[in-house]
Design a protein around this ligand. Structure first.
Ligand code: RNT
Ligand code: ZN
Length: 421
């Protein structure tokens, strides 16, 4: 589509939205200031760069598929990520796992990592003008092989993982300082039992103590923020997860930490969209791991489905944007990984745009008790031409419109990804 046809379509869309009381320019203006934290781990199936040829293991998480072209080095991952960013409108963030350290070929264990192993990432992010978030890595490690880390019954193993958490917070604070934007550090651990435990209490007691030890040092929240992520179950940990939703809700509320809600970490019919407003009154902020569970915590690429829209609606309509950090968490190894990033992130952005295009009148109708009109308008607005607004936003942001980005991925696959053998 030529540029002026995008503008023409936008002019018509703008008029159409005006009729239902929506200002499309204002929506776009707000959208461009909402960052999405894009996870590094879609680029290489959660392998990281700790050792050559590391594979994801032992974490109760799985990447499935063997699509060719995955990033094998930090340089390749950065190039792929930049390719994805060039096809995504807006300014976003990189969410990095500690296992993606730059150790220049010399193994450094998790309790010994330091800022120097992440300086090249920070320099790269500085050049791109993006913020960074961070994650300690509590899986794919011999000391996590029996399924327990921070709640392990062995004091030495707990200590090792506590040290990992402490050093990760310090690294993130330095990231936040250098990048001028607080780095959110998300704690997710795989700890749990495959079969029915005899003792459910002790591991949770130990986890509380370990977390308290990690968070003992106060860090300036303008540099670093801590989040804890719950989970219902994992493969190989079906019967008991130490860090369950109730556990971390209690922890986050009592310690005033951020709570991370992963869309795939609840019972299949349970949705995180309704939890956002229920938890915001009690925690300083939320971190979202927007994902797409299919029958289980499968981490499929995020698409524009009902739950994604509900999540986006809550992010926007709660008016608490400054207390909701949007992160993505999916990893599909069965399709082009750069495309996976673009599809998932663009879907998130689309859902946010649609939420921003909500007629303010819907809330007014609700307040007036006119639920018939509320339902009618909710349906009318669904068929408004948001695609034309999205394309116009892409044009403004200098990225390809919806029908054109895939060509560039195909081109990149042919010229870059397919050569990685
Ligand atoms: C695992 C959690 C966690 C991980 C990342 C890689 O079930 O969702 O967030 O996906 O840390
Ligand atoms: Zn997650």
């Amino acid at each position: 589509m030529a540029d002026n046809s995008v503008e023409q379509a936008y002019a018509l869309a703008k008029e159409s939205y005006q009729k239902i009381g929506v200002d499309t320019d204002k929506a776009i203006d707000r959208l461009k200031d909402i960052p999405v934290s894009i996870h590094c781990w879609q680029g290489d199936d959660v392998a990281g760069f700790e050792k050559p040829d590391t594979v994801l293991e032992g974490g109760g998480i799985q990447a499935t598929g063997n699509y060719p072209g995955k990033a094998r080095s930090i340089d390749e991952l950065r190039a792929d990520f930049q390719k994805a960013l060039s096809l995504i409108p807006g300014n976003h963030r990189l969410n990095l796992h500690a296992s993606y350290l730059d150790n220049r070929g010399n193994f450094v264990d998790r309790d010994e990592i330091a800022i120097e192993h992440f300086q090249s990432w920070i320099d790269w992010a500085t050049d791109l003008g993006i913020g960074m978030d961070f994650n300690p890595t509590y899986f794919s490690h011999p000391k996590a092989a029996d399924g327990f880390t921070l709640s392990h019954s062995d004091k030495g193993i707990r200590k090792f993982w506590i040290e990992h958490g402490i050093t990760c917070r310090k690294i993130a604070a330095e990231m936040g300082r250098q990048l001028n934007s607080p780095s959110v550090v998300n704690f997710w651990i795989p700890d749990g039992y495959k079969d029915i435990p005899a003792n459910r209490y002790s591991p949770r007691e130990r986890l509380t103590e370990s977390l308290d030890a990690i968070f003992a040092e106060q860090i300036d929240p303008t540099l670093e923020l801590d989040a804890v992520e719950s989970k219902l179950f994992g493969i190989g940990a079906e019967s008991y997860t130490v860090g369950s939703h109730e556990f971390y809700t209690g922890y986050a509320v009592s310690r005033q930490k951020l709570l991370c809600l992963d869309a795939g970490h609840f019972h299949p019919t349970e949705q995180i969209s309704d939890k956002i407003s229920a938890l915001l009154p009690y925690v300083p902020a939320l971190l979202l791991h927007v994902s797409r569970p299919v029958r289980w915590d499968s981490d499929h690429v995020v698409i524009l489905n009902d739950e994604l829209q509900s999540i986006a609606n809550e992010i926007i309509r709660s008016n608490q944007l400054d207390r909701i950090h949007i992160g993505l968490d999916f990893f599909d190894a069965s399709i082009n990984r750069v495309a996976a990033w673009v599809i998932g992130t663009r879907s998130m952005i689309k859902a946010l745009l649609i939420a921003l295009l909500t007629p303010p009148k819907i809330a007014k109708l609700e307040a007036d008790g006119d639920y018939t009109s509320r339902l009618a308008l909710q349906e009318i607005y669904k068929s408004q031409p948001f695609g034309a607004v999205l394309d116009y936003y892409c044009l403004q942001q200098n990225v390809p419109v919806e029908t054109q980005w895939l060509q560039q991925i195909k081109h990149y696959e042919e010229n870059v990804l397919s050569k990685r053998v």
